[in-house]
Design a protein around this ligand. Sequence first.
Ligand code: TYM
Length: 333
Amino acid sequence: MGVKKIFSGVQPTGNLHLGNYIGAIKNFVDLQNENNDCIFCVVDLHAVTVKQDPKILKQNVRETAATFLACGINPKKSIIFNQSSVSAHSELSWLLSCVARMGWLNRMTQFKEKAGKDKEKASVGLYIYPVLMAADILLYDATHVPVGEDQKQHLELARDISKKFNTDFDAPEFFKIPEPLIQKNFARIMSLKDGKKKMSKSDPSELSRINLTDTDSDIINKIKKAKTDTNPFPTNTNNLKSRPEIENLIGIYSSLSGKKIDLIFNEFKDKNFSFFKEKLSELIVEKISPISKEIKRLNQDTSYIDKVLQDGSVKAYELSSKKIQDIKKKFGF
Ligand code: TYM
């Protein structure tokens, strides 16, 4: 298969966690190392759909870029930049919001979850957030978008917007129809405290997630306190769905070790959960500790991070400026 054009984004809202790593960033690195054309964006315009402290936002933008680098994204191979530095994202978002339909946005489950009970008080930005996401992707003619399972519906919307634009403007190939790249197994990492809730930056409980900046002892402690049950370690997938916390821990183990789930059943049969948890923490420490140390080191080197973002923005600007001109021509501007 030829070179894929990859685009993906991560919000700079602090506390990047194991879910972001397994569901998204780890795959970014693999796709980069398979020599695809990759663009990875710190989506700061998405972050302001809920109130942010401007000073903290700036730090979080840098820390998200530092996390990309620490996980193995190489600025010589991939473009790393922040969304607000390339104005074509906002411009295209407006234009696409005139293509997308209210009915499509009304179906978005993430808006319903994030807006909560009082959706009248949610920002308009939060509502049209998936349109900005479509703009990010379509602006660079991305063919493939690596994301966690929670972004699947937004990707479907981006595809619908792309198709409608191409039909409305009688330009069949103008926008690409982007393909989501979502892992087959364990594409949604769950909270360590509640296997029915996704691991999330916004969960008030620190014990619910492993942050990518956690120390070894934080990791060991959080896994020790992770919810399990009193039944023995499973030997097959029967009934695993009714034990979501166990399924999740096994999923984390499988994703980080690359071992198939059957092998894991075999490895831990007749063992108790404390033994499994010990091995799981060792594995997480082995994978996350170098990342955590590197994020902390890079956080001190703000001029390097700013330079990476600046260089990336120049490249992203060059790639997007021709496309946005062509799009504006289509509208008759
Ligand atoms: P964000 O910042 O919420 O999450 C970044 C990436 O991490 C994945 N993810 C997870 N994967 C597995 N388990 C979890 N518990 C988990 N939590 C988060 C997300 O699926 C995502 O891939 N709207 C996007 C950012 C965005 C974007 C884009 C993505 C903006 N423009 C264009 C792709 C293409 C978001 O808020 O991701």
